[in-house]
Design a binder for this molecule. Structure first.
Ligand SMILES: *Cc1c(COP(=O)(O)O)cnc(C)c1O
Length: 409
């Protein structure tokens, strides 16, 4: 690798791949899990040990459900051991059959939950601006076998809930939102956890609010709570009565204790991230070759992710080249969601998985990159991440050659 310093117009430092010092000494991750105030958690753990009530619908899981109902302003909240089992139970509860329309631009769990219910996922292209399921394309995918739509509020960006709700109603379909990214996000003042027949949240440690592992089914109609409770607890309806084919999807008291100790911090985290996102916006907002997800005007963001689209031609580097060059700077980015779920070997034989039918999703999956964003990162580090990215753009031709050499090696 050349150690020769390169001339860069705006005085940016030499990219690490070209022999410069890395932007950071230690890897900066794309996110960092929130940690509780130790004494708060200790107190709750002590109460668990004292009562010996570690799981099975305990007081802390109940309290967390109640606190989430209040914080999110929804009709009910059923806590689960993770978001995937919550999604499985939500789909099972709605007694679906046949085909379920969903997006390929999501985490594998969305599609797996459909498949695990014996349903056929039908992939539908996304809107290139919102990055969410395109309602017009979804309407074209509805057949007599379709029973539901499972859209995803990607990176906390509200789906076109009006159009999707109208489509579901017109074609008598169930609507289950994968709201795994949407904790604390709102549309027209209403929590995203309250849309559709049901919404599903994930409280995995990589998510904004977390319980290490956890999730929930939420919605407006509280009559869903009891059947979902049965589904997460083997279907046990009484001492000698089992109803239906339940899972073990319960949230333990230990996980609930962590969640209760992090709930307030999660809302503070949204505020902290909003400030940091503004720093990114200021530095990256009008750079040729970078594009951003479009949010509705009435959306209140949760800043769960800071995602950019790298348009190779205008930026001078492809998304993958940026990803690798930033890694050399100790800036760890994530290519969410690449490859698309429709490319997964379990799904790619489906007729709806053909790339010709999903051009926007494919383009996005090749261009998207999530940059580090979490409150503890601080404004200076965020500015450094952004400026490092700008420095890559200035040195794009030299970086391209250096990366090509790496590839050959
Ligand atoms: C994280 C995630 C899930 C799965 O949640 P787990 O709690 O990890 O099971 C589902 N869908 C999306 C879009 C996710 O990002």
């Amino acid at each position: 690798m050349s150690k020769q310093p390169i001339q860069s117009g705006a005085g940016a430092s030499t990219p690490a791949l070209l022999g410069g010092e890395p932007a950071f000494d230690q890897p900066i991750n794309v996110t960092r899990a929130l940690a509780p105030e130790p004494s708060q958690l200790q107190e709750r753990l002590a109460s668990i040990h004292a009562s010996r009530w570690y799981t099975n619908d305990g007081p802390l899981a109940r309290e967390l459900e109640q606190r989430l109902v209040e914080a999110l302003g929804v009709g009910f909240c059923a806590a689960f051991c993770n978001g995937t089992s919550a999604l499985q139970a939500a789909l099972r509860h709605l007694d679906l059959s046949g085909e379920v329309i969903t997006t390929p631009f999501t985490f594998p769990a969305t599609v797996h939950a459909i498949e695990w219910n014996g349903l056929t996922p039908v992939f539908c292209d996304i809107d290139p601006e919102s990055w969410n399921l395109d309602p017009a394309r979804a309407a074209e995918r509805v057949t007599s076998a379709t029973s539901a739509i499972v859209p995803v509020h990607v990176f906390g960006n509200p789906c076109d809930v009006g159009a999707l709700g109208a489509l579901a109603e017109a074609r008598e379909l169930r609507l289950v939102y994968d709201a795994a990214h949407a904790f604390g996000a709102r549309l027209e003042g209403r929590s995203l956890a309250g849309y559709g027949d049901l919404s599903v949240l994930s409280f995995h440690a990589t998510k904004l609010f977390h319980t290490a592992e956890g999730g929930a089914v939420t919605g407006e109609d509280a009559s869903h709570y009891r059947p979902l409770h049965l589904l997460r607890n083997f279907g046990i309806a009484g001492e000698d009565l089992v109803q239906g084919v339940g899972l073990n999807g319960k949230m333990s008291e230990l996980h609930a204790a962590l969640g209760l100790s992090l709930l307030e911090a999660a809302f503070e985290e949204i505020t902290a991230r909003a400030r940091l996102a503004a720093v990114y916006d200021g530095l990256l907002g009008s750079v040729p070759g970078l594009r951003f997800q479009r949010f509705p005007e009435t959306a209140e963001k949760n800043h769960a992710y800071y995602a950019i689209r790298v348009e190779a031609e205008a930026f001078g580097l492809s998304r993958d080249e940026v990803h690798h060059a930033l890694r050399a700077e100790n800036i760890v980015t994530r290519r969410y969601f690449f490859p698309l779920c429709s490319e997964n070997e379990s799904y790619r034989a489906l007729p709806s998985a053909r790339p010709e039918g999903l051009p926007e999703a494919h383009r996005l999956a090749d261009e998207v990159l999530c940059l580090p964003l979490y409150g503890e990162l601080g404004e200076a580090a965020v500015a450094r991440c952004a400026k490092t990215l700008l420095g890559l753009r200035e040195a794009a031709p030299q970086l391209r050659r250096a990366l090509a050499r790496h590839g050959d090696a």
